[in-house]
Ligand binder design. Structure first.
Ligand code: GKR
Ligand code: MG
Length: 418
């Protein structure tokens, strides 16, 4: 029997830009276009593994450096592939979290290629799916009705409309539930004064009794304000996400918080786990395979959380289908995934780069794709179209604050703000 040539011939990285609604957060507002990178890892036998990562010039440069060192390596040798990338980045990228974005993107592409070579799904390669479908939470955002007219371009509306108060958020949640069947909800907070966001959560609790709720102000509050909000929302939240900055800050809030605290901001690299555990700063870790080292490392992270009695779930950034497939496979393979993951997919899927059909949000869950690898196929025409959108945009990175300032010049970024 001849074995296919599993050495890496080339890593192709294609920057793309896709439409994004004006979603508000504690740093500003989402721009009309979001950036992403699509990876095609080509093996000597012609097999192609797919990956997806956040966009921007810095990430492109780092993936270009990675592309140089992975050529000739065996796609099954993911530990050595990650080490080679880490070594080439180390002199210029001191943060292990930052290097993690690059190693992670390549690892996912390696696993997709491995699965295609073996005719097995990525969740099989991760030890097997323990669930057929992965539950996701509706990701609610305060939002403007439209991107305002700027630079001679007309205003751009969307099918979701405005959500700037409790009634608007409840209406958005109803639409999310009608369209996708979500049974849990996360509100991106840190936008309005805390009492307004407390009112929105109470309105959601009344509208959706018994359905799990989360609030994530992305570190917009001081320790004292966070303690106040936690008291006010006692009995209303499944967990409170990143109310305040830093591990010691979260530990301060955790001392009096009646509900668990979750993070995807203060524990974002392996070296953050020890102080977080020592200070009892978090009760739930929101993992993200895009920077924790990829899918196998995320599986290992789940075991660490299990050992320390920390709950595990998953957060998201604006993303498309390759990321959703990867999130679904790894979440399916983690026994101690304690709560639903969150996803931006309803906001962005209309511009997906994968051929429709393999991924569907139904009943608040995504069925684990069963095809080889990630189980999704690249739509080359969509990739080409979105690459042109990226080139025409001239964008170099995400800038929620800068965009907010163009609309409201008096806007200041202040974290914590209240
Ligand atoms: O899309 O505005 C956003 C979110 O705030 C995102 O950037 C965060 O990374 O969703 C993420 C979170 O849970 O903090
Ligand atoms: Mg978060």
């Amino acid at each position: 029997m001849t074995t296919p040539d599993s050495r890496i011939r080339e890593l192709i990285v294609t920057p793309i830009a896709f439409r994004d609604p004006p979603l508000l957060n504690s740093s500003g507002v989402h721009e009309p276009l979001a950036l992403r990178l699509i990876l095609q890892l080509v093996l000597e036998d012609g097999t192609v593994g797919l990956g997806e990562s956040t966009g921007g010039d810095i990430r492109i440069e780092r993936l270009a450096a990675a592309a140089q060192v992975v050529v000739g390596m065996d796609v099954f040798d993911t530990t050595a592939v990650a080490a080679a990338i880490d070594t080439v980045l180390l002199p210029t990228v001191p943060s292990s979290h930052e290097r993690g974005w690059t190693t992670s993107a390549v690892e996912v592409a390696c696993l997709d290629a491995q699965g295609k070579l073996l005719g097995r799904s990525v969740s099989d390669l991760l030890g097997g799916a323990v669930r057929d479908a992965v539950p996701f939470a509706a990701y609610l955002f305060y939002k403007w009705a439209e991107h305002p007219a700027l630079d001679g371009n007309p205003a751009v509306g969307d099918e979701w409309g405005e959500a700037l108060d409790p009634a608007g958020i409840v209406e958005q949640a109803r639409l999310m539930q009608q369209r996708y069947g979500f049974g849990s909800f996360k509100l991106k907070g840190g936008v309005f004064p805390p009492d307004e966001e407390i009112a929105a959560m109470k309105a959601l609790a009344e509208a959706f009794p018994g359905q799990p709720l989360r609030l994530d102000p992305n570190t917009a509050w001081t320790v004292e304000t966070s303690q106040y909000v936690a008291r006010e929302l006692d009995g209303c939240l499944e967990y409170l996400e990143d109310p305040t900055p830093t591990i010691p800050g979260m530990a301060g809030v955790a001392k009096t918080s009646p509900m668990p605290l979750a993070t995807n901001m203060c524990v974002v690299a392996w070296e953050h786990l020890k102080p977080a555990v020592e200070q009892d700063a978090i009760q739930v870790l929101l993992t993200d395979h895009h920077y924790w080292g990829g899918l196998r490392r995320t599986r290992e992270l789940a075991a660490v959380c299990e050992a320390f009695g920390i709950g595990l779930s998953m957060h998201s950034n604006s993303h498309l289908g390759i990321s959703l497939a990867a999130m679904t496979h790894v979440a399916a393979a983690i026994p101690n995934l304690d709560t639903s993951c969150d996803t931006h997919y309803p906001w962005n899927f209309a511009d997906d780069v994968v051929v429709p059909g393999a991924l569907e949000l139904r009943g608040g869950a995504v069925k684990v794709p069963t095809g080889p690898g990630l189980g999704v196929e690249l739509d080359h025409d969509a990739l080409e179209r979105l690459h042109r959108v990226y080139l025409d945009s001239g964008m170099k990175g995400r800038d929620d604050t800068g965009y907010m300032r163009r609309v409201h010049p008096e806007y200041e970024l202040k974290l914590p703000r209240w």
